[in-house]
Design a binder for this molecule. Sequence first.
Ligand code: ASP
Length: 344
Amino acid sequence: MHKPAILLIYTGGTIGMVKDFETGALKAFNFNQLLERIPELQLLDCTIDTYSFEEPIDSSDMSPEHWVKMAEVIEKNYHLFDGFVVLHGSDTMSYTASALSFMLKNLSKPVILTGSQLPIGDLRTDAKENLITAIQIASLQENKQPVIKEVGLYFEYKLYRGNRTTKISAEHFNAFTSPNMPHLAESGVHLKVNHHLLSNFYTSNQLIIHKTLETNVFILKIFPGITQNVLNAILNIPNLKGLVLETFGSGNAPTEFWFINALQKAIQKGIKIVNVTQCWGGSVDMGKYETGTALKQIGVISGYDITTEAAITKLMFLLPQDLNPNEFANAFQTAICGELNLMN
Ligand code: ASP
């Protein structure tokens, strides 16, 4: 009988770290040791091959080059495997999950990111459950077809749509949430998949990877008291191409002339500005209050209920494409792979 074939891609993160005896700091260790530490992996009903970054990294060092490398590993092995599990530090896992979701066009197999809060060797580690269940999820098949056909993030008993997630705790095992989208599956005594939430985003299953990402982008979280100097300094960063503006509530910002005027000038210069709420959940609605209407009028693009992580990576992904301002706004305001919901 055909057992699903899974490729485990190790990029680094706490899951594979050990304590440096001299300094006490956590550092990455050899991936082969990771497999030695979980003999249970051999009991799974799938075959597992591994690929490790030559130099595993703490995910705070994650960069678009690493995303391209991951996408290339997946592309190269796409026809050989039924599913992919990416071991990744939790700190920037939501950014990577979002970026990969855009970069892997026509994805029709599972790519599941996971990691842990405690190293695999720690007595109370959360790594084993996360790793084993992530592999089980990547192996799920129905009629010889993968059940999950997208980039997911599995952590502490829940599988989320990757580009809907955000890290919420540096302390708890329950480190992630997906504020505007229910989880896709939950692991308890049984593995419960919410089939009605799964999507097939693409009509073709010919994987195409996008490798060009624009990094001249910025995230600006506004706050009461933000000064004209600060705003101008950001908007005049040489070669700035895109900005995620984290606004108040349902997409509101100061109505003062200098504020709106500076944004308008930046938009006229060709900088794409996307409005994302700094609230934990909910959506931008730029027609709801006067303080949001002004932004809409000058051409700020709505991010609706997108996360900041998905917004910045979607900017990186869309900016290199040759789109005129209208096409760009439309493309941003349309879901590519479930990253936003047009509620208004
Ligand atoms: N600093 C680590 C990282 O993101 C934390 C973790 O793995 O959870 O790589």
